[in-house]
Design a protein around this ligand. Structure first.
Ligand code: DC
Length: 215
């Protein structure tokens, strides 16, 4: 069974999807980590960001493995490196590149094939797994999302203000929702859940009961 969780950055998707997978005994696929890994590969190889073919070629060659909680790029553990602010800012190049998306969608389908999995991203219920049995669209208000993101950055020792984070988030939302390939969108058959004021456990409880009804 495939459970898709899509939604904007900061809605709590990763934490919730990971916890949900654990509770259900399902595997977990963080597709954002794949876009981040391609972005990091591009930064390291100093690709020309104005030339999408360079990044697409890199995505074709790169070996991206998600092993448990770790992300490997050509065998190197880049779990922490892909969470930097620079990768976050640059990831729009990978996300907006049709050939990169094609490659990563292929990889995501290969990983999920025939297993019980919770997969998290922007296009999982719409493009990658349109036939998934259970689809969730997770949201939160812009302010709450920015506050969570700020907390994450602080935990990583990166300095930022709430205003900066809100501004960057707004730009990213606009770009995520308006790109021509794999835009952030709610699948018509997805259940939308706003997580404002809810704890992770409360969200996970709701989703567990939703999944059980569809099993
Ligand atoms: O969820 P995240 O912040 O780790 O995602 C990193 C980037 O990848 C972000 O720019 C959105 C993009 N992304 C995407 O386009 N499609 C996905 N399925 C997952 C992430």
């Amino acid at each position: 069974m495939i459970v898709t969780i899509d939604g904007p950055a900061g809605a709590g998707k990763s934490t919730v999807a990971r916890a949900l997978a654990k509770r259900l005994g399902f595997r977990f696929l963080d597709t954002g980590a794949m876009y981040r890994a391609v972005t990091l590969a591009g930064m390291r190889r100093k690709v020309d960001w104005e030339r999408p073919d360079e990044l697409a070629e890199l995505a074709r060659q790169a070996k991206i493995d998600l092993v448990g909680d770790r992300v490997l790029l050509d065998g190197e553990d880049v779990t922490e490196a892909i969470r930097s602010q620079e990768v976050t800012l640059r990831s729009c190049h990978a996300a907006g590149n049709p050939r990169v998306r094609e490659r990563l969608v292929e990889l995501q389908r290969a990983v999920a094939g025939g297993t019980n999995i919770v997969t998290e991203g922007r296009d999982q219920g719409t493009v990658v797994f349109p036939d998934a049995r259970c689809k969730v669209f997770l949201t939160a208000s812009p302010k709450e999302r920015a506050a969570r993101r700020l907390g994450d950055l602080e935990a990583q020792g990166e300095a930022a203000t709430l205003a900066e984070v809100l501004d960057a988030q707004q730009r990213r939302d606009r770009r995520d929702s308006s790109r021509s390939v794999g835009p952030l969108a709610k699948a018509p058959d997805a259940v939308e859940l706003c997580t404002d004021g809810m704890t992770v456990d409360q969200v996970v409880d709701r989703l567990v009961s939703l999944v059980r009804k569809r099993q």
